[in-house]
Design a protein around this ligand. Structure first.
Ligand code: SF4
Length: 145
């Protein structure tokens, strides 16, 4: 019989509600790129009424084989305007799974970097451990694309 996996520290859930700080939409070293899965590019292309290949040529770049939004010299995402996402309905996976990214979920990182970066952490709706687990899995999958 395998050992039972220990419960994560977020076993009782975590409160999070976006406070529209725009911080997670602004490049800070490791949060540098807004990466895009194939589906993300398709959704954004549809949003702009373009083909996926037109969208990709116009708005995407590729680094180490991974697609991401182009940058325009500012640390902010090209779609952030006055702290609001202008493509909200079609925002990419990583914007939907924030802040529950696999690399954010160590207790140390969470209580350090993530809490200080994101004013939504600890506020609003209590997200269950099950929901958080799903977000982590979604993001893990997206990270491979
Ligand atoms: S697409 Fe929208 S939510 Fe995602 S980083 Fe850009 S402005 Fe933020």
């Amino acid at each position: 019989m395998g050992k039972k996996k220990p419960s994560p520290w977020w076993n009782q859930g975590i409160r999070f509600e976006c406070q529209q700080s725009g911080n997670c939409c602004t490049s800070r070293g490791e949060y540098g790129y807004v990466y895009l899965t194939r589906k993300d590019r398709e959704n954004l292309a549809e949003f702009f009424k373009m083909t996926t290949s037109e969208f990709t040529t116009k708005y995407c770049a590729r680094t180490d084989g991974f697609y991401h939004l182009v940058e325009n010299g500012s640390p902010e995402c090209i779609y952030l305007s006055e702290k609001k996402c202008t493509v909200y309905e079609a925002r990419p996976t990583q914007c939907r799974t924030w802040p529950f990214w696999p690399e954010n979920m160590s207790a140390k990182k969470w209580s350090g970097n993530i809490q200080s970066l994101c004013p939504g952490v600890g506020k609003g709706k209590l997200h269950s451990a099950e929901f958080i687990g799903k977000q982590i899995e979604k993001q893990k999958k997206a990270d491979l694309e």
